[in-house]
Design a protein around this ligand. Structure first.
Ligand code: PEP
Ligand code: MN
Length: 338
């Protein structure tokens, strides 16, 4: 349910309405738009339906949100959400944000070397997994705590912000300390307890689409985070399972404009995991930007043959630099900048 306030509604009227909603055991979420203030009401549907909220002073109308995701929907918030990463970086604004780095953190020297290179090409956020979700229990599982320390050192030396994956609720405090953005991977998109826990923090979260999940399910997972109070959610299309086997997954480019129409949350694309092949990363990255994506997350490794994970889809720094120049032109063609 959303309550649309009159343009001349006062703060006192808003406060009164909010406290009344809380008294009913419901959760109010205030969204201050440019023209109007909207109050989203979440809670038991029957309680909501029986309340005559229209009668409150300052209220213009009360509308039901018919979609199963409420706070993530455009009905709740018309304007695009902009997620701030520290002081300088905004995701969802005019500027395209590029996150780049190795699939896994492997060692300090290599990580710092990659960080410096991707920074000089224009990336502003360093990616690198310290906890890795691997299909095989015998494959490299990540460096854990040591990896987080290397990320911190790379951040200190370059000023890049850090994105790294959280797989286990027990590591949340560590990630809150070391990460500027917490990544929830495709395999955990429906780990609802994990979603609720990151939802209780204020840390920006990159939520990747599950490889077999619909857009509706994807937005319901975002709703889990929002409904706990964390509105700093960035979505990521990273390819889905289809019958096509010439790529690792299939980048669902149309998910970008579909999600833009359904939700106010920013969406970025991951052409590395979507294609699984470094030669396809560039074309798919450009397609995603042309389709309206707010950013990219790209794997970069100077020696893909020796990479401990995902070497086949990693760009060498020289190719990443070339791609950044190409992305700039595509971004400008669709009214964005890099
Ligand atoms: C990753 O970003 O390294 C990763 C494992 O991605 P995904 O969860 O999309 O497979
Ligand atoms: Mn990877």
């Amino acid at each position: 349910m959303i309550i649309v306030l009159r343009p001349d509604a006062t703060k006192k009227q808003l406060d009164h309405l909010v406290s009344k909603i809380k008294e009913l055991g419901l959760k109010p979420w205030v969204s201050k738009g440019i023209e109007r203030t909207i109050v989203g009401v979440i809670g038991k549907e029957d309680v909501i339906r029986t309340q005559p909220l229209e009668v409150f002073p300052g209220v213009e109308k009360v509308l039901a949100i018919l979609k199963p995701y409420k706070l993530a929907s455009r009905d709740f918030k018309k304007e695009d959400s902009i997620i701030h990463i520290g002081d300088g970086i905004k995701i969802g604004a005019k500027k395209i944000v590029v996150m780049a780095g190795p699939c896994s953190v492997e060692n300090e020297k290599l990580l710092i070397n990659i960080a410096k290179k991707v920074k000089s090409s224009g990336a502003t956020i360093l990616r690198g997994g310290a906890f890795k979700p691997r299909t095989s229990p015998y494959a490299f599982q990540g460096l854990g705590m040591k990896g987080l320390k290397f990320l911190a050192e790379a951040k200190r030396q370059t000023g890049l912000k850090i994105i790294t994956e959280l797989m286990d609720v027990r590591d949340l405090d560590l990630l809150l300390k070391y990460a500027d953005i917490i990544q929830i991977g495709a395999r955990n998109m429906q780990n609802f307890n994990l979603l609720k826990e990151v939802g209780k923090t204020e840390k920006p979260v990159l939520l990747k689409r599950g490889m077999s999940n619909t857009i509706k399910e994807f937005l319901m997972s975002a709703e889990y985070i929002l409904s706990e109070g964390n509105f700093n959610v960035i979505l990521c299309e990273r390819g889905i399972r289809t019958f096509e086997d010439s790529t690792r997954f299939t980048l669902d480019v149309s998910a970008v404009p579909v999600i833009k129409s359904l939700s106010h949350l920013p969406i970025i694309a991951d052409p590395s995991h979507a294609t699984g092949k470094w030669g396809l990363v560039g074309p798919c990255a450009k397609a995603a930007i042309a389709a309206g994506a707010d950013g990219l997350i790209i794997e970069v490794h100077p020696d893909p043959e020796e990479a401990l994970s995902d070497g086949e889809q990693s760009l060498i720094p020289e190719n990443f630099e070339k791609l950044m120049k190409e992305i700039k032109r595509v971004a400008e063609a669709v009214g964005r900048e890099v």
